[in-house]
Write a protein that binds this ligand. Structure first.
Ligand code: GDP
Ligand code: IMO
Ligand code: MG
Length: 428
């Protein structure tokens, strides 16, 4: 029995899709515990590139049953578009199951996401505009719509009416928009009901039964630690808990069952959207990482902001997630750059901080304190063992391990499924 959580350690796009794909071939279930179609997880198999948004990347793992957990928010239009797109490419999505407790994104959630961002002006979060924040806000505010509501038309209608009673006041009076008719929303959801119903299950029950029977479950987190609504750079975060505790809640699997928590971390750092980012680069190296690393957002096509590896963040992420292992991705991108800076601490208004400052204001002022390591010049994209890596690459990894407070068990040397060095196999 293995229950493995895959968590982003930075601000997202660390390579969680690839990590899931590598383990997914040998697990029985891959469940997405949080987020919605704001994610973008890439899997490259045999030169074919797949970009998963709402679905877990585990949908491409032949032997695994993919699941959307109770902690997710589901946009039905996006769901079926993605399923159809994958089927058209020959993938089999027939095993996909969805938790009846997951929440549904309504068209008004997307409207509210966009108008709220516009009204925030300079203080905008830079959301993906998918309605994620407003849907989670309704969940916590107890006026949300759950997937199971499509089984009870009368309840669904009542809930839509109750939600719109409040939303229309906001849309009309605050944002000067037209009111939304309940019938239109009801018809929107019901138009997907026949297709959705057979996919709905009590996912927590199914997953726990599987674990009790000795099977393997992987939780494929969306987003990342620094986007966590509790532990991230609030308010520049997403509206779910993409950390390991959130994965337990979002899949309905108790913490005592977790066997590994695998933090996915780039050999440098990126971020999409607004918010503080101490090691961000505005020089030719930022452009270098963007270009060589192909740092363009999967979901919105925005260029990712780039910077050096931040070990203060890595230690913080190790701590709040209880990482057992790290998967360092994109080591190949640093080949041939001469020297690699690593942020070891911050200078905040003249005071050295070895750990995350207490306040967000201090984090905004954090200036990285760097040490440097020599880079290697050899092509590492074909390396399959640590021994095959140049000594300087091994030294860089050893330093990251030392600074990050967690052992490195996987190293990515290219986007392909087979471009991974496995140091410790979590399923051995
Ligand atoms: P996710 O959101 O965490 O799943 O990550 P994304 O898929 O959004 O972004 C990661 C990008 O890096 C994708 O284009 C991957 O194909 C790519 N990638 C993952 N691991 C590696 C690696 O080790 N080396 C290189 N060069 N690319 C990688
Ligand atoms: P994956 O799973 C990177 C960012 C958005 C924005 C903030 C809030 O591919 O790592 P939201 O639409 O969630 O309300 O936006 O979070 N964001 C991501 N950035 N990768 C992601 O997912 C992200 N999902 C959300 O850019 O700054
Ligand atoms: Mg991504």
């Amino acid at each position: 029995m293995a229950a493995i959580i895959v968590v982003g350690a930075q601000w997202g796009d660390e390579g969680k899709g690839k990590a899931t794909d590598i383990l997914g071939g040998r697990v029985d279930y891959v469940v997405k515990p949080n987020g919605g179609n704001n994610a973008g997880h890439t899997v490259v198999v045999g030169g074919e590139k797949y970009e998963l948004k709402l679905l877990p990347a585990g949908v491409l793992s032949e032997n695994a049953t993919p699941m959307i957990g109770n902690g997710c928010v589901v946009n039905l239009e996006a769901l079926f578009e993605e399923i159809d797109g994958l089927e058209a490419r020959g993938a089999d999505t027939s095993k996909l199951r969805i938790s009846g407790n997951a929440h549904m994104v309504a068209p008004y959630h997307q409207t509210l996401d966009r108008v709220t961002e516009r009204f925030l002006g300079k203080r905008a979060i830079g959301t993906t505009g998918r309605g994620i924040g407003p849907t989670y806000a309704d969940k916590v505010g107890r006026v949300g719509l759950r997937v199971q509501d499509i089984f009870d038309e009368s309840i669904l209608r009542q809930k839509i009416e109750a939600a719109l009673h409040q939303k229309n006041q906001i849309l009309v009076k605050l944002y000067n928009r037209r009111a939304i008719e309940a019938d239109r929303i009801f018809d929107y959801f019901m138009s997907y009901a026949d297709r959705l119903k057979p996919m709905v299950v009590d996912s927590a029950y199914v997953l726990n039964e599987a674990l009790d029977a000795g099977k393997h479950v992987l939780m494929e987190g969306g987003q990342a630690t620094m986007l966590d609504v509790d532990h991230g750079t609030y308010p520049f975060v997403t509206s779910s808990n993409p950390t390991s505790g959130g994965a337990c809640v979002g899949a309905g699997i108790g913490p005592t069952k977790i066997t590994s928590t695998l933090g996915i971390i780039k050999a440098y750092t990126t971020r999409v959207g607004a918010g503080p980012f101490p090691t961000e680069l505005f020089d030719k190296w930022g452009e270098f990482l963007q270009t060589t690393g192909g740092e363009v957002g999967v979901n919105t096509g925005r260029l990712r902001r780039c910077g050096w590896y931040d070990s203060v963040l890595a230690r913080y992420a190790s701590r709040v997630n209880g990482f057992t292992d790290l998967f360092v991705t994109k080591l190949d991108v640093l080949t041939g750059i001469g020297e690699i800076p690593i942020c070891v601490a911050y200078d905040v208004d003249g005071v050295r901080h070895d750990e995350m400052p207490l306040t967000q204001s201090d984090f905004h002022h954090a200036v990285p304190i760097y040490e440097t390591m020599p880079a290697w010049d050899e092509d590492i994209t074909g390396c399959t063992t640590l021994e095959e890596l140049p000594e300087k690459a091994r030294d860089y990894l050893a330093r990251l391990e030392e600074l990050s407070g967690c052992r490195i068990s996987y190293v990515g040397v290219g986007p392909g499924r087979d471009q991974t060095i496995i140091v410790n196999d979590l399923l051995a």
